[in-house]
Design a protein around this ligand. Sequence first.
Ligand SMILES: NC(=O)c1ccc[n+]([C@@H]2O[C@H](COP(=O)([O-])OP(=O)(O)OC[C@H]3O[C@@H](n4cnc5c(N)ncnc54)[C@H](O)[C@@H]3O)[C@@H](O)[C@H]2O)c1
Length: 256
Amino acid sequence: MGDLLAGKRILVTGVITDASIGFHVAKRAQEEGAEVVLTGFGRLSLVNRIANRLPKPAPVIELDVQNPEHLASLAGSVREHVDGLDGVVHSIAFGPKDALGGNFLNTEWDDVATAVHVSAYSLKSLTMACLPLMGENGGSIVGLDFDAQVTWPGYDWMGVAKGALESTSRYLARYLGEKNIRVNLISSGPVKTMAANSIPGFEKFEGVWNEKAPLGWDLRDADPAARGVCALLSDWFPKTTGEVVHVDGGLHAMGA
Ligand SMILES: NC(=O)c1ccc[n+]([C@@H]2O[C@H](COP(=O)([O-])OP(=O)(O)OC[C@H]3O[C@@H](n4cnc5c(N)ncnc54)[C@H](O)[C@@H]3O)[C@@H](O)[C@H]2O)c1
């Protein structure tokens, strides 16, 4: 228990199981003194059950980032639980089956569009939906990235969507800096979650990280990424925005 986020009101998206990176962010944030509100997509009874496993059960608001009505009502729904927000965590991604797994050269635009809409454009939509809740002190927006500077086997159009996410966060940083809103990403190493299970060949990453990450890496441990997110939500990166912070055991810095 600490007080890194004492008094902060944080919206965390993307919780679907207790393996979700979002779940670990919510847990750490509560342990560091934050008041946490969650959003859930689809299977809300499941998300509510998971929310009850947090140190302090957190309220859950329905949010499909592709649904304009959900986005329009989000600020009002959040206000039923907290009187404003100091931080927002974007932990959302989806790529249709045809956009992943080696079909890169034949993927149709509709599938690419879905991946980019849900995984990248949504950082902008979510941020704008939450803007009315951020006060004069601004706040911190943090998203979850998988390094898009390079290609990965089978990650395909999700990799392109992550490239778009990285660029979206930089443009948000440009446009929202005057409101003292910081926008940053944590580029996490691989973690076994529901989203990861849908990436064909994901298990191969285990060998790559075992061999190359100088600090070592555990695919079953989302806590390093969660801690990184909490650090960026805190007051300890006051002049950092448009940044991608790697929490990957150092793998991104290794050539061979
Ligand atoms: N697991 C990894 O190896 C890894 C590595 C780096 C980055 N990430 C990123 O972390 C984030 C969270 O993923 P995770 O690995 O915790 O998996 P997860 O499956 O637990 O979370 C993904 C979440 O996205 C949500 N989602 C999907 N479509 C949505 C929509 N239309 N509207 C709102 N929410 C929607 C799902 O409900 C789910 O809660 C994603 O951005 C993912 O790309 C994951």
